[in-house]
Every structure is written in C-alpha cells, then in structure tokens.
Design a protein around this ligand. Sequence first.
Ligand SMILES: O=C(O)CCC(=O)C(=O)O
Length: 257
Amino acid sequence: MDKVLRVPKPDAKLFYKEYVNKSKPVIITGMVSEWNGYKEWTIDSFHQKFATKQVGIMRVKKGKSDADTYSDDVNAAVKVDEVVRSVKKGISSAEMVLASSINALYPEVTHDIEIPEYCINRNFFRSRIYLGPKGLVTQLHHDLPENLYAVIRGSKHITLYAPTDRKFLYPQSLFSKHPNFSRFDPDFPDFETFSLARSAKPIEVWLEEGEMLYMPSLWWHHIRNSEDSIAVNFWWSVGWKTAIAWAGAQYKNWFRK
Ligand SMILES: O=C(O)CCC(=O)C(=O)O
C-alpha cells in the first residue's frame, strides 16, 4: 500500500470489513463536514466559546509537542483562554498547545461534534481535542487503540508506517517513559544513525479540513500542522486489545500525576 484512499462515509459493516479487520488506513469524507463544529468553529470562535474551560495541554519545545510534559484533563489547570493565546503566538513562541480530553469541553461540545457510529458504545473509548499552530509536530509514535482522527479546522501532513516497519523505526526502550515513540524523525531522516530506517516504507497523507483519517491499531504516525489547526480524535478498542488499552490508560494517568 503506498496511498491512502478517500471513501465517502462507509457504513459500519463495510468499515469493519474493509478497514478495521484488514488493519488498513482510509480517509473518510463527508462526515466531519456535517458537524456543527465544522460549520461554526474558527480559532477565534472556539476561543470565545470555551475560554473559561479547564483543559489538558502539551508543552512545546522547539516546535515539537513534548510528550514528556503532556498533562491529561486529570491534572489540567490551564484555561482555554491561556492556551489559545499561547497558540496565537505561532510555533516559534508558543509555550503550550491544547491536547485535552473532550470531556473538559462538556456539555457545550456535544452540539459541535458527533461520535462516529464506528466507535460508539465501546468498552474502551477516549476522545481528545487538539488545537495548535502551523508547524507544530507530534513525533513518530504508535498507539494500541484504533484511531479516527478528524480535522475540523486547518490541515495536516501525516506520515504513516505499518506496524511491520517497527523493526526499522528504533522504538524507545520498553522501560522508558514513552516506549511507543520512535527515535527516528521522518522530517529530518538521519540515516547514518538510524540506517535500518531506509527500509521503512512511509505513506504520506495530506489530511484536509473536514476529513477523517482512520489509523488502525499500532500504525506509526508523525503529524505536522500545515496550518493553525483544530482536530479531534476518537480512540477505541476491539477484542482482546480492550483490556490492555484500558490498563495502559490507567498507567499513564498514574505516571503523569
Ligand atoms: O494531533 C496531534 O498532533 C497528535 C494526535 C495523535 O498523536 C493521535 O491521535 O494519536
């Protein structure tokens, strides 16, 4: 596979048969563009609507969101007002970006976003909202849950690698704080240090406003904002992965306190 196809809103049966069961990424069109959030949100209107809500953030270091200082809504202490002001300074000056459980924006956000039918009523389910400046990078990593990643405002460049490329991608140590992150940077490939990465097969995706990318469990992803952007993801698990995903989330929350 060298290209991710665009498909208009497949029904749940087809989505599971063709994509989830085959661990195959796909871009879903025509769904996010129906949300009120898509029709109504700008960075400014979002700022105004949610200004006083307390949310989770990620610190930014040299234009990269820093997984080490990530804080979930469990221990959030920052208001949307402060985060958006920081984002508006641009990538070279922003100190933090919004990366928060969507629960922090309840109940108002239920008017703006609709949970896709593919992942509703699952035993493991999490949804997070991201608001960050043009140029922001989330470094290469993978997650155990399935992921639907929806761009509401702006656009993103996403580099994907299949789980079978793991042996070429230099994951951090299993005993590190972030064993799901790679030490290899697809934006600045250092093939002298990471020579095996030459054998990895990147798949590039330009995800546009109103589109939603399905990233199957354990697919590696590196995300760069092409513009100031707002995105929402939905993580859920199927089958045996549910218990592990749940335990992993508990462990991370405990670790970050
Ligand atoms: O939006 C981002 O930059 C990070 C999102 C992400 O890594 C994910 O959905 O797994």
